[in-house]
Design a protein around this ligand. Structure first.
Ligand SMILES: Nc1ncnc2c1ncn2[C@@H]1O[C@H](COP(=O)(O)OP(=O)(O)O)[C@@H](O)[C@H]1O
Ligand SMILES: [Mg+2]
Length: 286
C-alpha cells in the first residue's frame, strides 16, 4: 500500500504510535555549559507556495508576542521573508550569502523588526555553487548560528522550494522541522521525498533532527477535498499532524505588503489566532 493510499478507517492499529515528544513537554534546551540555547526550527517543504515563509514569520511573531527572543533566518534567495518585514533585499550590502560563503558574522546581516531577521537577497542564489567546493559546505549555517545560540530562545529558518544545499544547511542546523503542507492530495505526495532527505540528513549530518509537526495550510474548509486530504495526512502521520489548521484568508496576502506579520496587521483576526494556537502547541510540546 502506498503511503498516501486511503487506509480503512476501521483498522486503528495501523495508525502510528503517539510519539514521546507529542505527550511530554519539551525540556528547556541547554548547551554543554548549561546555558540556555535557542531551539532551532527549520520550515521545509520543497514545494513552493505552501506557506513556508508565512508560517516562519507568523509563528516567530507569535513566539515574540509571548516574550521570547526570536530570530528568523531567510535562506531563500527570493527574500520573501526579508520583504515581509518591510526590508528591500535589493538595498542590502551584505546578506546570508556572505554569511554562508565568506563566513561573515551573522550578526552583521541581522535587522531588528517585529522579530530579528537575518536577511537574504538574490545573491543567495549563487551560494549553492560557491559553497559546492567548500569542505563542510553542509554545516555553514550550523557554524554561523553557533555564536548567537544563547542570544535567542527560538531561531526559525525559512527555506527555498528545493531540497538543495541551502535546505540541507537548514536541516543540518535544526533541532526540529515544521512541514507546512497545502491540503491537496498531489502536494502531500512530496512529503515522501522530504522524509527521504531527512533520513539522509539524520544518517550523515544531524542525527537528532526530528519533525516537530506537519501543518495543514491554505485549508479551505468548505471543500470535501480539503477534509479528505487532512484525513489522509492524519492516517499516515498520526499526531505528528498539528491540531492547528491554517485556513485560507486574504489577510495573509495583505500583511506582507505592509511589511507586517498577520499578528500585527490584524491582531484580533482569525489568521492571527491560528498562529497563536500553533505557537501554543509548540510551546506546550503538545
Ligand atoms: N492561509 C493562507 N491563506 C491565503 N493565502 C495564504 C495563506 N498562507 C499563505 N498565503 C499566500 O500564499 C502565497 C504563498 O505563501 P508563502 O508563505 O510565500 O509560501 P512558500 O514560502 O511555501 O512559497 C503567498 O502569496 C501568501 O501570502
Ligand atoms: Mg517562501
Amino acid at each position: 500500500m502506498g503511503l498516501f493510499d486511503r487506509k480503512n478507517a476501521a483498522v486503528p492499529e495501523d495508525r502510528p504510535e503517539r510519539s514521546e515528544s507529542a505527550v511530554t513537554p519539551e525540556p528547556v534546551v541547554a548547551n554543554e555549559n548549561g546555558q540556555p540555547t535557542a531551539k532551532v526550527i527549520a520550515f521545509a517543504n520543497q514545494k513552493g507556495g505552501v506557506a513556508k515563509t508565512t508560517t516562519t514569520l507568523n509563528l516567530a511573531a507569535a513566539f515574540a508576542e509571548k516574550g521570547h527572543r526570536v530570530l528568523c533566518v531567510d535562506m531563500d534567495p527570493q527574500g520573501n521573508l526579508t520583504m515581509s518585514q518591510g526590508i528591500d533585499p535589493d538595498s542590502l550590502e551584505i546578506s546570508m550569502y556572505d554569511v554562508l560563503v565568506h563566513h561573515t558574522s551573522i550578526r552583521e546581516v541581522i535587522r531588528r523588526r517585529e522579530v530579528d531577521v537575518a536577511c537574504s537577497s538574490i545573491d543567495l542564489a549563487g551560494a549553492e555553487i560557491a559553497m559546492s567546493t567548500q569542505i563542510g559546505r553542509e554545516r555553514s549555517l550550523e557554524k554561523a548560528l553557533k555564536p548567537i545560540l544563547s542570544d535567542y530562545d527560538f531561531i526559525c529558518i525559512d527555506t527555498p522550494p528545493s531540497l538543495g544545499l541551502l535546505t540541507i544547511n537548514a536541516l543540518t542546523a535544526a533541532d526540529k522541522v515544521i512541514v507546512p503542507v497545502q491540503c491537496e492530495y498531489l502536494s502531500m505526495r512530496g512529503l515522501i521525498q522530504l522524509q527521504n532527505t531527512l533520513s539522509m540528513i539524520r544518517e550523515n549530518l544531524n542525527p537528532g533532527v526530528e519533525i516537530e509537526g506537519i501543518l495543514p495550510t491554505l485549508v479551505d474548509t468548505r471543500t470535501v477535498h480539503a477534509k479528505e486530504a487532512i484525513e489522509i495526512l492524519e492516517e499516515n502521520f498520526g499526531d505528528r499532524v498539528f491540531a492547528s489548521r491554517i485556513r485560507k484568508t486574504v489577510r495573509f496576502a495583505e500583511a506582507p505588503v505592509k511589511g507586517m506579520s498577520v499578528l500585527k496587521y490584524d491582531p484580533d483576526g482569525k489568521a492571527a489566532f491560528a498562529y497563536r494556537q500553533l505557537a501554543k502547541e509548540v510551546l506546550d510540546g503538545r
